[in-house]
Design a protein around this ligand. Structure first.
Ligand SMILES: Nc1ncnc2c1ncn2[C@@H]1O[C@H](COP(=O)(O)OP(=O)(O)O)[C@@H](O)[C@H]1O
Ligand SMILES: [Mg+2]
Length: 260
């Protein structure tokens, strides 16, 4: 029997009032694979991430985890499966330091008191194992640069050793060198067997690290590509909606015939 994907979505639908943010969306992510989720602004990428993370559950659809249908309607249900997320807005606490952010909501205690020494030690170990350098673990994150804040947000998502990592435009605020270091980190996690969903508008980043690309256009799937064989032009046409996958084309033609 083939190994089922880590995560499989079928028929995901999500509305915000009159806006149909996601319609009939499907997606699969395997362990040890980087899937890029691409699409124009408003295509529904962040909405899909929030569905998977249990932050903003779907109105309809099925979520399967290693082949089993699961409920992911609350963030803790996603965490329990091993799903970690870096949201587009990072969601860091500016008034806390690096250690405080990493352990927010899962603070370590000793004899009823916060075990700051142990949390700092684990933070240092985690960052070290990921080859991440943050100059001062006790600096409030408000004082850090965009790239450092990004690093803290990513490190926080890795505290529980997730099996699936959702990254919503993680490189948007990074410089060239930081981006390259970040992509190395994502590849390292992939090589350790983590499944990664990487949202990015940067074709260069995607070509460099992703295995597959899933494109959303106006809240619908608009093509799946193998990065090693698809051309940049094919992917861009699908992002801009110039081309549709075969099924969608047939439906459109059928609808047009129906109008006549
Ligand atoms: N909380 C919300 N309330 C109302 N509309 C929303 C909300 N979140 C997203 N949308 C709408 O859903 C669509 C998809 O948005 P989003 O998922 O943020 O797109 P992307 O991340 O691909 O840019 C957009 O039309 C957006 O305005
Ligand atoms: Mg977004």
């Amino acid at each position: 029997m083939p190994v089922p994907p880590l995560l499989a979505l079928r028929g995901i639908r999500k509305r915000f009032g009159a806006v149909e943010a996601l319609a009939d969306v499907e997606l699969e992510i395997r362990a040890g694979e980087i899937v890029a989720l691409m699409g124009d602004n408003g295509a529904g990428k962040s909405t899909l991430v929030k569905v998977i993370a249990g932050v903003s559950p779907a109105d309809e659809g099925v979520v399967r985890w290693e082949g089993r249908t699961v409920r992911v309607r609350r963030p803790h249900e996603a965490h329990a499966l091993g799903i970690a997320t870096v949201f587009q807005d990072l969601a860091l606490c500016d008034n806390l330091d690096v250690v405080g952010n990493l352990f927010l909501g899962r603070e370590l205690r000793r004899a009823g008191l916060l075990d700051e020494v142990e949390m700092e030690r684990r933070t240092r170990d985690l960052l070290g194992s990921l080859a991440i350098h943050v100059p001062d673990l006790r600096a409030r994150v408000a004082t850090l640069s965009g790239g450092q804040r990004q690093t803290v947000a990513i490190s926080r998502s890795l505290v529980g050793e997730p099996r699936l990592l959702l990254l919503d435009e993680p490189t948007a605020a990074l410089g060239v060198q930081q981006t390259s270091r970040f992509l190395d980190l994502v590849e390292m996690l992939r090589d350790r067997g983590v499944g990664v969903l990487l949202i990015s508008q940067n074709m260069g980043d995607i070509k460099a690290v992703a295995d597959r690309v899933a494109v959303l256009h106006l809240g619908r799937n608009n093509g799946f590509f193998d990065v090693s064989t698809a051309s940049q032009e094919q992917i861009i046409s699908s992002i801009t909606g110039v081309t549709s996958p075969p099924g969608a084309t047939r439906r459109t033609a059928h609808a047009r015939r129906g109008e006549r």
